[in-house]
Design a protein around this ligand. Structure first.
Ligand code: ZN
Length: 146
């Protein structure tokens, strides 16, 4: 299931030190009303929390990483969930030994420094999230534009 999308607005900037990484990305998308798009970021966090989806139990487990880490790569998308812009992102984090850990970005990552790019996409068909029976996840369901 794919829908063609054209480029909309693009924003670039830094997130405030001490802010929650995921909450701040969601807040910015809400404030700018970016209902569909892409998110990319690099920087560092003073602590992190990432999720891992157990495909058998169908629940997220969350891992607290209470240490200073580099944001080596954050990639994500923006779509609608319950009528509001919703950021789904994954993050790769690096430690002082250059070892990488990562997972599904959860609230609980505290920004030390973060440079982000948010690009709006204008799809032909809106993507909103609904429960997918096959995975148990809130995946995209295509909706005709009114
Ligand atoms: Zn995920």
């Amino acid at each position: 299931m794919l829908t063609q999308a054209s480029q909309g607005r693009t924003y670039i900037g830094r997130l405030a030190q001490g802010s929650d990484l995921l909450a701040e990305l969601n807040r910015l998308c809400d404030e700018l009303w970016i209902s569909h798009g892409e998110v990319r970021a690099i920087g560092a966090v003073s602590r992190a929390k990432v999720g891992y989806y157990d495909q058998v139990e169908r629940v997220y487990g969350f891992i607290d990483l209470d240490r200073h880490l580099e944001i080596l790569s954050l990639v994500g998308n923006v779509s609608l969930k319950d009528g509001k812009p919703f950021v789904h992102a994954h993050v790769v984090l690096g430690d002082e030994q250059a070892a990488a850990v990562g997972g599904h970005l959860a609230e609980g990552c505290t920004v030390f420094a973060c440079e982000a790019v948010i690009s709006e996409l204008l799809p032909q068909h809106e993507l909103s999230r609904g429960l997918d029976q096959g995975t148990g996840l809130p995946l995209w369901v295509e909706e005709e534009k009114p």
